[in-house]
Each structure stands twice: as C-alpha cells, then as structure tokens.
Design a protein around this ligand. Structure first.
Ligand code: SF4
Length: 367
C-alpha cells in the first residue's frame, strides 16, 4: 500500500487531468511559501509545480543554462504541455529565480489566472503585518477569480485540513525515531511527494489507512547508518535508493518538500489571515529567508532526536540561495560533530555511479 503514494506522484498529470474532467479548477504553485489554504478555501485544488528527470529541450530558449535545473525543467514541462490542466499559477517571492520565472511563464503560457505573492525575507512583527495585508489582496483576487467570497469559516476549515495533513506526516516521521521502523526513507519520500500533488483530504485518508495497517517493528532487520538528508528539492528517488543500497538509512530530512513544508501548524484560534502570515513567515526558514540560524538549530535538533550519524546535503546546481548558505551550514554542522557529504545535484543528467562511490566512502567513514 505504501507504493501507492509514489505511484500517485508518478501519475500526477493523469490524476490532475481526471479532476479537471470532473469539473475541478486546479492551480499550480511554487515553493513552500505559498499559503495553499487560501487556494483550497476558494474551491481550487493546489498542486506543487515540479520538474522532471526528462531532458530539457524547450526551456533553453527562454532561460540560460546556469539557472537551476528545477526551474528550467518545470518550465520545460509546462512548455511541453504537461501542465495543460492548470487554470492558474501562483509564484511566491522566494529566490530570484522564482521572481524571474513568473514573467517568463506568464509571457509564454496563457492562463486565466496568475498571481505573484510578495513574501518578506524576514519574520519580524512588521513583516507579519505586511504579509497579512498581502494575503488579504491574494484572497480578494481569488474571490474575484472564483466569483465567490471566501468566508472565515471556509478558511478555518482549510486550515484544519492542512494542519491535519501536517500532523499525520508528523506521525510518519516519528516512526523512524526508533530502530527497526517499518518504512524506509525512500518510502517516506514517496509519501511526501504525493502530498504535494494530491488534494489534502485524499492524501490524509491514504495516510490514515497506511498508519493503521503498518506491521510491528521488524526486530530481525539490520539497521543502517542513520542519515539526515538536507537541502532543496530533487526529483530522483534513485538518490535515496542509492543511499540505502550503500548501507545508509534516511531517518529524517530538512528538505523543502519535507520537514520545512510539513512542519509548523497554523494557529486555528486566531484571525485566519494573520495566523497564516505567522505560520508561513515563522516556520523553519528556507535559505531564501533570514535569519538562517533557526534552520541550523532545526537540523541540529533533528540530528539529535533521530540519532543521526551524518548529513547528506543535496543542493541543486546553480541554486544561489542554498549555495550561498552552504559553507556556513556545512562548517557549523561539522563543528557540532556531524560529518557532512555535500552533493551538487541536477535533476536532469543524474549520475548515479559517481554519487554511489561518494556515498560508499562516506558511509564507510561513519561506521
Ligand atoms: S531556491 Fe534554488 S532550487 Fe529552488 S527555485 Fe530557487 S534557485 Fe531553484
């Protein structure tokens, strides 16, 4: 049953086309700074725009090859018509690449709805106030598109649905606190990916069923070297499979589709727009936001709680924000006694052999 999550992710375009035929509206969005709850409360299904491991052909006419492969690939997929079911796309201000892609995407792909959401770089009280105002403008624009008001009641309901999803994924993460846990890191990755592209209630229903049906811990299984995978997003599940084949065990992550996305709930008892602004600005920051220290503390806490032996830092090639932060974060992790293997990664042209050699050497060193 756990394979159903990754299958759903692999068939995400066919699934979305089915929702579209059933009369649903679907918006694509980027990054984990888009408050999906607002889109959901307007009766629209939000799906994360992802890239692909396919070759990039069409996007090279619009973006230089020194842009990150995630964005180049995402645009390429859209230009090839893979996202033909979208009714709109939302771009939050995160890195410069997201900002630039908004114009390129909009110019080349005609859709009924686009929104660029300014997201402050800091999480001060002033920033929260500003972002609350921006969320109000976003909400009004969604109301205009959907031709219906978004009531506080429906927004609060959306917040509950998203909080429940966060809490169920939290249950999955907790399983690997102990040895002999029933799900591999690769399987958990499939669960995380499915949650990006499915309506949250459906994903949560699958998760509840999975959690109820999991076997007892298998004490005869040999445990691998406990690892934390950090960085930004990547498409190749083979990356995690390689870690596991080499004797590693991915027990926790600090990824933008993982704990930085599913962590931190929205306060259900506060005014909803303000509560959303607080959550999105005060969650564990991605490297495009400041300050960076809370993210380091988050990683150190996870490493301690999950008894991690080493960190695999996976960074998309040419990703300015992650590469800028890398020397500092790598040296701080090492100072705290955590060995780090840093890998620059490109979703296209994935070189499994070279990665495997690096991982083998790293895991041998940890044992
Ligand atoms: S944060 Fe990095 S990987 Fe993500 S879109 Fe920006 S440049 Fe690309």
């Amino acid at each position: 049953m756990v394979s159903e999550f990754y299958e759903a992710y692999s068939n995400r375009h066919q699934l979305a086309e089915g929702w579209k035929r059933a009369g649903k509206k679907i918006f694509g969005y980027f990054c984990n700074y888009t408050p999906e709850e607002l889109i959901y409360s307007a009766g629209i299904i939000p799906v994360r725009i992802r890239g692909s491991a396919e070759n990039i052909d069409l996007a090279d006419a619009h973006l230089p090859t020194f842009c990150c492969s995630y964005m180049r690939s995402a645009l390429d997929q859209a230009l090839k018509g893979r996202y033909g079911y979208l009714d709109g796309v939302v771009f939050p201000k995160t890195c410069d690449m997201t900002r630039a892609l908004y114009d390129v995407w909009r110019r080349n792909i005609k859709l009924p709805y686009y929104w660029f959401l300014p997201v402050p770089g800091k999480s001060t009280d002033e920033a929260v106030k500003f972002f609350t105002h921006e969320l109000r403008l976003f909400k009004e624009s969604l109301e205009g598109y959907a031709d219906q008001k978004i009531s506080d009641k429906s927004l609060k309901q959306a917040i509950r649905v998203y909080n429940e999803s966060r809490s169920l994924v939290g249950e999955v993460y907790k399983l690997s606190l102990s040895d002999n846990h029933p799900l591999s890191g690769t399987q958990v990755f499939g669960i995380l990916l499915a949650g990006l592209i499915m309506p949250k209630e459906e994903h949560s229903a699958m998760l509840r069923k999975l959690l109820d049906s999991l076997p007892a811990p298998n004490t005869s299984r040999e445990n691998g070297t406990r690892l934390l995978v950090a960085g930004n997003n990547f498409e190749n599940i083979e990356l995690l499979q390689t870690l596991e084949e080499c004797g590693g065990e991915v027990v926790i992550d600090d990824l933008d589709i993982g704990t930085r996305y599913y962590g931190s709930t929205v306060d259900e008892n506060s005014e909803p727009l303000r509560a959303l602004a607080e959550r999105y600005l005060r969650k564990i920051p991605c490297p495009c936001k400041h300050p960076a220290e809370p993210r380091l503390e988050h990683m150190l806490k996870l490493a301690k709680d999950y008894r991690v032996k080493g960190v695999i830092l996976v960074i998309q090639k040419y990703c300015d924000t992650h590469l800028y932060e890398r020397p500092w974060i790598e040296s701080r992790l090492k100072e705290e006694g955590l060995p780090v293997l840093a890998v620059e990664h490109s979703d296209t042209g994935w070189s499994g052999g070279k990665f495997k050699t690096m991982v083998q050497a790293f895991i041998e060193m940890l044992e």
